[in-house]
Design a protein around this ligand. Structure first.
Ligand code: KIV
Ligand code: ZN
Length: 536
């Protein structure tokens, strides 16, 4: 495996990248991803060179179980991992989901801080100690790749942490993760924690130390790097820094910081940094969480130079204001690509050059059809337009609802009105509704034709490229009984994109419902339990 296998464990400056976008990242309120999206993300992460992909928390729900199962079947390079509490049931479920992969990791954890042990677990330090003995050894019987985390590590008594870490290693844990669960530590303190473990735990050389830093004080990346400089050799992180509350350390930031400042941090990772921008987009699309414009590395403005002085400097020598190139993280200059006379073959070549290597013929055909329609409407077609078309084609599933036609009457004076035709379960239905604005009229028409009760949590429009004929990508997030789905669609007509995005979210919700009411009904029974567990 190019991940852990081809890298000699003796390479003392190799830092392993453990991605938890699909586990901790998905714990961000509203960031749920469908199975199809997780599979698509996993393929990109595999290509990106992530060493370990934590694909979920298998006991949390059948959805998480299925995601970890499917991801563990498709990874070619990365090692899949799943999370488990200290419970044999959790660990067994994790094993069941992961067992399809030639090599996999069980990540088990328990809180070790006085606060968590007393108030969350209602256990004494001795009981927690015994639990480590029992559960790490139990997981070790199922795989030789066990990671153990001391939750709320940075608020744990240091002597107690040393004892528990020594125990976990002696029970077979090969990776010891020190979470800053509440984002409380600062770099100098975290350095001390890692150094103390290295100096005081007698068997520490038998394990890799890992960081897992949350961003409540905006220090997650700084703390992770301090951890590595002190001797940790794994960083747990997420794309775009998504995660519980203020999120986790951003993968793209820790990786590019080590690469750009290799003079001070001479560490290597297996990440192909030119795919960072693509990974960021795919996660943002799946979650519906926009990337802030000034976000380091992957924000829209990360490589934009506005002021005259900066532009002048850039023209003379790029190094004046650029510490890394946009190309190094996969940001290409917006390039004019093709027009309405471009054929299927050129379109396919273009997709390959944009990094879409394994698209099925169906998806290419679907995207090509949309490209032709777009080329008739829009004068200039850019790479970003093609990305939007393909992403739109990738998220199409077996739809119950399809938009057949839409007419919207908007403007001043009269109430806005939408006339809509939908195909639902193969049957054509028509409706007309007025609303408080055209989008409201559209959503009401959909509701009239396909009655449902969901909460609309997010409606967001972004222009894919510049200009008034730009394609708009619309994201819609809806919620039903605590479950959220994100729908997306792109079109030069913002209202058509809005209707399709809402319909896309509904179609995904319908698929989720079908999964929920699977014969064993497990998810329904577990819902309350899951929500409780998600609050760890
Ligand atoms: O933040 C945390 O402590 C976690 C653990 C489960 C590793 O996510
Ligand atoms: Zn966490």
């Amino acid at each position: 495996m190019p991940g852990l296998k081809t890298v000699k464990m003796t390479d003392k400056n190799r830092v392993y990248i453990f991605d938890t976008t699909m586990r901790d990242g998905e714990q961000s309120p509203g960031a749920s991803m469908s199975l199809e999206e997780k599979i698509q993300i996993a393929r990109v992460f595999d290509e990106l060179g992530i060493d370990i992909i934590e694909a979920g928390f298998p006991i949390a729900s059948p959805g998480d179980f299925e995601a970890v199962t499917e991801v563990s079947k498709i990874l070619k390079n990365s090692i899949p991992a799943g999370l488990a509490r200290h419970s044999k049931k959790d660990i067994d479920r994790c094993y069941e989901a992961l067992k399809h992969a030639p090599r996999f990791r069980i990540h088990t954890f328990i809180s070790t801080s006085p606060l968590h042990m007393k108030h969350k677990l209602n256990k004494s330090p001795e009981e927690v100690y015994e639990s480590i003995k029992e559960h790490v050894a139990y997981a070790r019987n199922l795989t030789d790749d066990v990671e153990w985390s001391c939750e709320d590590g940075t608020r744990t008594d240091m002597d107690y942490m040393c004892k528990t870490v020594e125990l976990a290693i002696s029970c077979g844990a090969k990776t010891i993760n020190i979470p800053d669960t509440v984002g409380y530590t600062v770099p100098s303190e975290f350095t001390k924690i890692i150094e103390t473990l290295i100096n005081k735990v007698p068997n520490i050389d038998k394990a890799i130390l890992s960081t897992h830093c949350h961003n409540d004080l905006g220090l997650a990346v700084a703390n992770s790097l301090a951890g590595v400089q002190a001797g940790a050799r794994q960083i747990e992180c997420t794309i775009n820094g998504i995660g519980e509350r203020a999120g986790n350390a951003a993968l793209e930031e820790v990786v590019m910081a080590m690469k750009t400042r290799s003079d001070l941090m001479p560490y290597s990772t297996g990440i192909n940094t030119t795919l960072l921008s693509k990974a960021s987009k795919i996660v943002s699309n799946a979650t519906g969480f926009p990337v802030q414009f000034n976000k380091a590395i992957v924000g829209k403005n990360a490589f934009a130079h506005e002021s005259g002085i900066h532009q002048d400097g850039m023209l003379k020598n790029r190094n004046t204001y650029e510490i890394m190139t946009p190309e190094s993280v996969g940001v290409k200059q917006t390039s004019l690509v093709m027009g309405k006379h471009s054929g299927r073959h050129a379109f396919k070549d273009k997709l390959t050059s944009l990094g879409y290597a394994d698209l099925t013929d169906d998806i290419i055909e679907n995207a090509f059809g949309k490209f032709k329609v777009l080329a008739d409407k829009k004068k200039h077609i850019y790479d970003e337009d093609i990305f939007a078309l393909v992403d739109d084609s990738l998220i199409k599933e077996d739809n119950v609802i399809n938009l057949k036609s839409l007419k919207v009457f908007a403007g001043t004076g009269e109430p806005q009105r939408a006339e809509m035709t939908l195909e639902i379960h193969g049957e054509i239905k028509k409706a007309s509704e007025t609303g408080d604005g055209p989008v409201d009229a559209i959503f009401k028409s959909i509701k009239k034709l396909y009655p449902h009760e969901v909460n609309l949590q997010l409606y967001q429009v972004h222009a894919v490229t510049e200009g008034t004929d730009a394609q708009a990508t619309v994201s819609v997030r809806i919620e039903e009984e605590g479950k959220t789905t994100v729908g997306q669609a792109a079109d030069t007509d913002t209202l058509v994109a809005s209707a399709n995005a809402y319909i896309n979210a509904l179609n995904k919700m319908i698929i989720k419902r079908k999964r929920n009411f699977a014969p064993d009904g497990v998810e329904t029974k577990q819902k309350d339990k899951n929500q409780k567990m998600r609050g760890i």
